[in-house]
Design a protein around this ligand. Sequence first.
Ligand code: MV4
Length: 450
Amino acid sequence: MFDKILIANRGEIALRVLRACKELGIATVAVHSTADADAMHVKLADESVCIGPPPARESYLNVPALLAACEITGAEAVHPGYGFLSENARFAEILRDHGVAFIGPSPEHIRLMGDKIEAKRTAKKLGIPVVPGSDGGITSDQEATRIAREIGFPVLIKAAAGGGGRGMKVARNEGALSTALSTARSEAKAAFNDDAVYIEKYLGHPRHIEIQVLGDGRGNAVHLGERDCSLQRRHQKVWEETPSPALNAEMRSRIGETVAAAMRELKYSGAGTVEFLYEDGEFYFIEMNTRLQVEHPVTEMITGIDLVNEQIRIAAGNELAIRQEDVLFEGHAIECRVNAENPRTFAPSPGRISYYYPPGGLGVRVDSAVYQGYSIPPFYDSLIGKLIVHGKTRNECLSRLRRALDEYVVDGIETTLPLFRALVRHRDIIDGNYDIHWLERYLSGGEGAE
Ligand code: MV4
């Protein structure tokens, strides 16, 4: 096992990793920008290193500075958290070349899944159901037309280097196809310096359901069930829950087992998430994320498995200790992402937290790195805390969430707490009756928050 881990991140996820390290008896190194000198992850770590000025490009994404921090402190491994360098294959490779372990999958698997065309081709080959569409990149208007006629309109043009919703164009009919294709191509070139695009059947009203996996790189892998992340705004998830209100135990184990078998064949190492669109009873693979995700706590709440602890043990070379039959799903969990934003306009609201009182009690977990008197810097994402609630049933979970949201006080800045207080009382949410478009429709409908 490692003696010392460097955490190449900030905020609540840096704290999440710190906590796992402490429980494993591993010393921790925090890194921070000059804007984060007062951050909680710096206070709680055994050691800290300032790695640069506020812009992430010059600090949290500064690979030479991170390597130097490893060298100075003698850290044997790096946990990247999510975002920043967590899915950067080159970073994982550079660490390997410097004899530092990357707590995540191999550079090869990160690279493979980073190319959405290759990822889809791999998924299909491994027996995972995919969205009907082109088998690879589209090279001409004629090819696009042929495939679009085959699968039927509307179709969606996606960038190979995209993901997370960037660089997508819908074509509703044959007349719109050529323009959609060239627009998608030039946007992809501008955004990712890669104009490769592919084409898919456009699904009109899906849910976003993702499967959590753990693999040890030796052909052992398990799935930890699904998360329903359909409630999102502009490709930012807002609310995640497990189990999905749309699935039963049999559907869960069917898709879960399909994904786990694929990960065994891939010899996947570490934590990963396989994303699907789910519509009319069918799953369609869209992407795989080769990192720990923001919403991982809901999976932890219903399985009792510490995902970060498992990531660290796997990166240290240990065989997966969990067998599929040992994974039990108990109760229901919901996560609300509380942002420092106006709850109607979503304009960022950085500044000083004058009063802070997080909720507590049975089944309530708050993953946050803020504290009373802390000033949220304007340079990074606006997530200030994740409220995660567990209950025996979905209804118990919702009642507990209503109670916890009413207890939560954050003064001095605007937060999205009022939005959640409204959502948790909305009939469609109570009924679990929502798809990927529900929240944006709700927000534009003028129902407003509160
Ligand atoms: C789609 C789709 C409909 N049909 N693919 C957006 C993010 C990226 N991961 C994939 N995305 C979508 N892919 C087909 N064939 C609709 C979306 C989509 C979406 C997906 C998940 C969660 C929220 C979304 C919001 C808008 C569009």
